[in-house]
Every structure is written in C-alpha cells, then in structure tokens.
Design a protein around this ligand. Structure first.
Ligand code: 1GP
Length: 237
C-alpha cells in the first residue's frame, strides 16, 4: 500500500473533538469526492471518539487513516486503512519529534509497520493550537521552509511533507517553493481552505490539499466546493 497518497488531490481531515454542521453525517463526507479521510486533531482526541467515527464510516470506500495524537494504543477496526504518525520538524518540544514515538514503540508489543506511515509536519501558523501544543518555531522564511522540506525527504526519508497553516490560508509562494524542493515526496498543504477559490489556489502549488474546519463550520456542500477546486487546479496544470 506504500504511496497510496500519491493519488490524493484532496483529503478531508476530521477532528473527533469537533461537532458536525447541522444534519451532516460522517458517511456523507465520503460522497463529497474527497480522496481520503484522516481522523486527527491536536487536543481532546480520545480513542473512544476515534472509534465511534470509524464505526460511522464503516461503509465508505475511500481510505480512512488515523493520526494518533492521543496516547497511541494500537487497535484494529474494519474501517481503518492505516496510521499516519506525525513528526513535527520544527517542534520545540521534542515529544513531537521522537518522544511520543519512542514511548509508543517501547510500550507496544507488536506494531504493524505495514500499516504505519509517517508525516513530516512543518507548522507555520504561530496562532494555531498545534503550534502552541508542540511549541513550534514558526518564524521561518521561505529558505527555512525549503530546507525543512528537503531534509525531511533526503535526510529523514519522509514520503509525506505537510505544510500546516491550520486555521489560516498560507503563503502560496512558500508552498510552491517547498514542493519544488521535493523530488518524489508528496507535498500536503493544510490551513484556511474554505471555498472553491482557496482550494484552487493551494491545489495549484501543492500535491494534496487538506481541509478540516470548513466541514465543521460550513458543512458538506462547502467541502464539495473545495474538492472541485482541487480537481480543477490539477486538471489545468
Ligand atoms: C488541519 O491542516 C488542516 O490540520 C486543515 O486546516 O482547519 O484550517 O482547514 P483548517
């Protein structure tokens, strides 16, 4: 299954700590045309909230990954395609570089490495809860970001590099420069995508765009618009 994300234009991240909009259902998210679902959030995510969303997604046909930011115990679930383990390259707290990972490997008897992949995050919005939580150093210029992207791929062997602007639309020139620095790793972009135009703008400079808040704030139709934006941007390029 290595590299399944290479086919992804658009990903819906679901934060189990947030509620859905109006009458939206979790299963309805899969019919927006998004290519994959990632369950993950920064704080207040519990294994039981993840499990109940996996139950609700049991009939969906797109891949469903869990990004375990809660104490990552290992569990099986029919809906689960695999794990995406975050590594925050610019974290000030080394828990998010190797600390939590060390504890997980140490405390878990057998890890299914076939299903376990890593994501190299570069956190860029200093106002976001992920920046606070990981004590990320977000004061980075384009050369800093490019260097992080390159070291992620060439030194750490990462296959996914994720520019995380969570909550705000990022700088598309920085995103483009990071993607240009990668040779085969996939560049994910997330943050502030809320409509067709913002999706188009970021999808034209990233390999994969990730949307989260738009679902909780505006609902499934708004997510559909972001899928169209991603699709159109990739068809045009
Ligand atoms: C969060 O990058 C994602 O991890 C998406 O951010 O909530 O701003 O869409 P938004």
């Amino acid at each position: 299954m290595t590299g399944v994300w290479e086919q992804w234009d658009h990903v819906k991240k679901i934060d189990p700590a947030k509620t859905l909009h109006n009458r939206d259902s979790y299963a309805g998210i899969a019919s927006t045309g998004t290519d994959a679902i990632i369950l993950g959030g920064t704080t207040n995510v519990t294994e039981s909230s993840v499990r109940s969303i996996l139950d609700a997604l049991v009939s969906v046909e797109i891949p469903v990954f869990v990004e375990p930011t809660y104490h990552p115990t290992k569990f099986h679930h029919d809906t689960l395609t695999g794990y995406l383990i975050p590594i925050v390259l610019n974290a000030g707290d080394r828990t998010w570089v190797t600390g939590a990972h060390h504890e997980w490997v140490r405390s878990t008897e057998t890890i299914d490495w076939e299903l376990t992949h890593t994501v190299a995050y570069i956190v860029l919005n200093s106002e976001s809860s992920v920046a606070t939580y990981t004590q990320a150093g977000c004061d980075l210029d384009v050369d800093d970001v490019v260097a992080y992207a390159e070291l992620a791929e060439q030194i750490l062997g990462q296959q996914i590099v994720y520019l995380e602007y969570s909550g705000t639309l990022g700088n598309s020139a920085i995103v483009a420069a990071a993607r240009d620095a990668l040779s085969s790793a996939q560049l994910f972009y997330g943050g502030g995508i809320h409509d067709y135009e913002s999706a188009c703008e970021m999808a034209s400079v990233a390999d994969t765009i990730v949307v989260d808040n738009v679902l909780h704030e505006a609902g499934i139709e708004a997510v559909e618009a972001t899928v169209r934006g991603a699709t159109d941007a990739h068809h045009e390029s």
